[in-house]
Design a protein around this ligand. Structure first.
Ligand code: URA
Length: 216
């Protein structure tokens, strides 16, 4: 698998599918542990990322690292990439055509890594997976999209401009391991009932009573 991920990185490095190829210094395929359950997807490289060819290495990256450490992980233990792999000039918003041109790279990265959760960072990344939603409405929540768990987060840089969002981001990040743990629990086969037991109480014996099956 790492070899083929390296193939995608090589394609990203040589990519000329959109005009950002003409203005970039380096394209930024992504980095981290490709076997991680967690795939973080940001918006697009900025000045530092373009200079180094690595995602989230500037101020927003420092915030992201602290948020990841806040849930008991190191940055190297997750994979981090962006929906757009080259820097838009002057850090402008990525254009729909650029996102579309880059989407094949991200799709193949996701297929290869098969993460348990995709954590979107910011509204562009969120809207790539959940079109038409508002980040202010769904931040911190998880959604099942095409069989994958998507967890929407504010962009880490948002807390640099709005310090009040730092606590919100930290609280939302705490959902990440909980959502994945709940998905793993749902995926586990139910233990078979002990036929010898006569004392077990069935708390949900009414077949018509509703049961919470998912946290989505
Ligand atoms: N912001 C992003 O969305 N991605 C980066 O890689 C850096 C800053």
């Amino acid at each position: 698998m790492p070899d083929r991920l390296a193939d995608i990185a090589a394609e990203v490095t040589a990519c000329t599918r959109c005009p950002l190829a003409e203005t970039r210094t380096n394209s930024v395929p992504g980095n981290g542990d490709p076997t991680s359950p967690y795939l973080f997807v940001g918006e697009a490289p900025g000045f530092n990322e373009d200079a180094q060819g690595l995602p989230f290495v500037g101020n927003a990256g420092n915030v992201l690292n602290r948020l990841i450490e806040g849930i008991g992980l190191q940055r190297e233990e997750v994979f981090v990439t962006n929906i757009v792999k080259c820097r838009p000039p002057d850090n402008r918003d990525p254009e729909p055509a650029e996102i579309e041109a880059c989407s094949g790279h991200l799709r193949r990265q996701i297929e290869l890594m098969d993460p348990e959760a995709i954590i979107t960072l910011g509204r562009f990344s969120m809207n790539h997976f959940i079109p038409g939603e508002r980040i202010s409405r769904i931040h911190g929540s998880s959604h099942e999209v095409d069989g994958r768990i998507i967890i929407a987060m504010y962009h880490p840089a948002a807390s640099l401009h709005q310090p009040g969002l730092a606590d919100t981001l930290a609280e939302d990040f705490r959902q990440i391991p909980e959502v994945v743990a709940a998905a793993r629990a749902r995926a586990e086969p139910a233990p078979s009932p002990d036929p010898e037991s006569t004392t077990a109480t069935d708390t949900n014996s009414d077949p018509d009573s509703p049961r919470q099956l998912s946290l989505f």
